[in-house]
Design a protein around this ligand. Structure first.
Ligand SMILES: Nc1ncnc2c1ncn2[C@@H]1O[C@H](COP(=O)(O)OP(=O)(O)OP(=O)(O)O)[C@@H](O)[C@H]1O
Ligand SMILES: [Mg+2]
Length: 368
C-alpha cells in the first residue's frame, strides 16, 4: 500500500500507533513507491501500569502524565530508529512521522480527547517532523474525534463494484462501511479485546487469551450476554465512539455482581461472544448488503472470536491480508496516511463518520 500525497516519489512517511489495548507501539515506514517496513515494540511493564493508572482520575496526574508522555515518546523514537535501520535510510528521507499518542481520556461530550505523547521530544530524538494530536481538531469542530481510520480504509480497501466493511478489533472495535459509490460511514461498535484482556489478566495473569483458547474451553452464559448487551452505548445511533472511559474493569465487575457466581472461563467465553455480537449486530443493522467483511487489528489472531464473527454473519469474513495488507499493520499505516494528508494540508476526518461540522486538517506540526 502506498500513500497518495504530493510528496516526491522517494519521500517516506512513518505511522506510529499505540491503541487502547495498551500492548505497545506499532510502527510503519512507507513510501509513495510502495516500499514498506514494520516494527512493533511492546510497552515495558512500568509504562503499561503508568498508562493504565492514568485512565482514571488519580493523585498528581499532571506530573504522572508528563512522565508517561516522555516515556511514550522515547519508545516511539526507538520504533522510528528500528524502522530506519530496517529500511537502511537516513532520518532525512522521511517527510513526517504521524504519531497517534496514547489515549488516556476520550470524552468528546466534555469537549476533549487526550492522546499523550511528547511530540517535541520525539522530533528532538528523531530529527524528523512530527505530526501529532490528530483527534482534537475534529472534537473542536463538534465531532467525536474518532474513528479516524475510515477515510484511510476507503483509500486502501474501497471497491467501486461492491460494499465492503472493514472491522478493526483493537482494544475497542470500530467498523468502516465502504460503499461502491464512495460513501463512507463508520463508528465504534463497542469493546474489542479490552474486556477479554482484562479478565484473563485478572484470572490467569496473562496479557491476552492466545487464539481465544481459554474462551473456547468455556460456555457462553446467555443471561450474562444479555446483561452485557443491555449497555445503552450499543443502542446509540452513530456517530459514536468509546474507550476505557466506559468499558473499564468496573463496568464488567458491576454486571458480574448482578449475576450468580460463574466459572471464569465461561465469563471469558461470554465476553468473546459479546465482542463478536456487538460487531455483527452493527454490520447487520447498518451494512446488511455488504459483500464481504475484512478484519484488522490484534483481534484477528483470536481464532475463537473470528469463528463466532463468521457464524453470526452471512457474508464472508476474512482478514485484510485477503486484500494484501497485514492486519496488524493497518492502523499504523493509517497514521502515516494521516501525516501525509496533513503535509498536503488535506482533511483527514469524515464528517459523516465523526459528526464534525465539516472536513478538517488534522494534527499539529512539531518541526524537526
Ligand atoms: N495471538 C493472539 N490471540 C488472541 N489475541 C491476540 C493475539 N495477539 C494479539 N491479540 C490481541 O490484540 C491486542 C492488540 O491489538 P491491537 O494492537 O490491534 O490493539 P490496539 O493497540 O488497541 O490498537 P487500536 O487502538 O489501533 O485498534 C492484544 O491486546 C490482544 O488482545
Ligand atoms: Mg496495539
Amino acid at each position: 500500500m502506498s500513500i497518495a500525497s504530493e510528496a516526491p516519489d522517494n519521500a517516506f512517511f512513518i505511522g506510529l500507533m499505540s491503541g487502547t489495548s495498551l500492548d505497545g507501539v506499532d510502527g510503519i515506514l512507507t513510501s509513495l513507491s510502495g516500499k514498506q517496513f514494520a516494527a512493533y515494540l511492546p510497552f515495558p511493564d512500568d509504562l503499561k501500569q503508568a498508562l493504565m493508572a492514568l485512565q482514571a482520575p488519580g493523585e498528581n496526574e499532571i506530573h504522572r502524565e508528563a512522565l508517561a508522555a516522555n516515556q511514550v515518546a522515547q519508545l516511539y523514537a526507538a520504533c522510528v530508529h528500528a524502522l530506519l535501520q530496517q529500511a537502511g535510510i537516513p532520518a532525512s528521507a522521511v517527510k513526517a512521522i504521524g504519531a497517534h499518542g496514547q489515549t488516556i481520556r476520550h470524552l468528546p461530550a466534555s469537549g476533549y480527547t487526550r492522546q499523550i505523547n511528547n511530540p517535541a521530544l520525539l522530533a528532538e530524538l528523531t530529527g524528523i517532523d512530527v505530526v501529532a494530536d490528530f483527534r482534537s481538531r475534529d472534537v473542536a469542530a463538534g465531532g467525536q474525534g474518532a474513528p479516524l481510520v475510515p477515510a484511510f480504509h476507503q483509500a486502501c480497501f474501497g471497491s467501486v463494484t461492491e460494499t465492503r466493511v472493514v472491522v478493526n478489533i483493537g482494544g475497542i472495535s470500530n467498523i468502516s462501511i465502504l460503499k461502491a459509490d464512495g460513501t463512507v460511514s463508520g463508528f465504534d461498535t463497542g469493546p474489542g479485546n479490552m474486556l477479554m484482556d482484562g479478565w484473563i489478566h485478572q484470572h490467569l495473569g496473562r496479557d491476552f487469551d492466545e487464539d481465544g483458547q481459554w474462551a473456547a474451553t468455556g460456555t457462553v452464559v446467555p443471561a450474562l450476554l444479555a446483561a452485557f448487551m443491555a449497555e445503552p452505548f450499543l443502542q446509540l445511533p452513530p456517530p459514536k465512539s468509546t474507550g476505557r472511559d466506559l468499558f473499564h474493569t468496573q463496568w464488567l465487575a458491576n454486571i458480574l455482581a448482578s449475576q450468580p457466581a460463574l466459572a471464569p472461563q465461561d465469563v471469558q467465553a461470554t465476553l468473546t461472544a459479546f465482542t463478536a455480537l456487538c460487531i455483527s449486530d452493527a454490520i447487520s443493522h447498518y451494512a446488511a448488503e455488504t459483500a464481504a467483511v475484512y478484519v484488522c487489528g490484534g483481534g484477528v489472531r483470536n481464532t475463537q472470536l473470528m469463528t463466532l464473527l463468521q457464524q453470526a454473519l452471512p457474508m464472508p469474513v476474512s482478514s485484510t491480508e485477503t486484500l494484501g495488507v497485514a492486519p496488524g499493520e493497518v492502523e499504523a499505516l493509517a497514521f502515516a496516511w494521516l501525516a501525509a494528508r496533513f503535509c498536503d494540508r488535506l482533511p483527514g476526518n469524515l464528517p459523516a463518520v465523526t459528526g464534525a461540522r465539516g472536513p478538517r486538517i488534522l494534527g499539529a506540526l512539531y518541526p524537526a
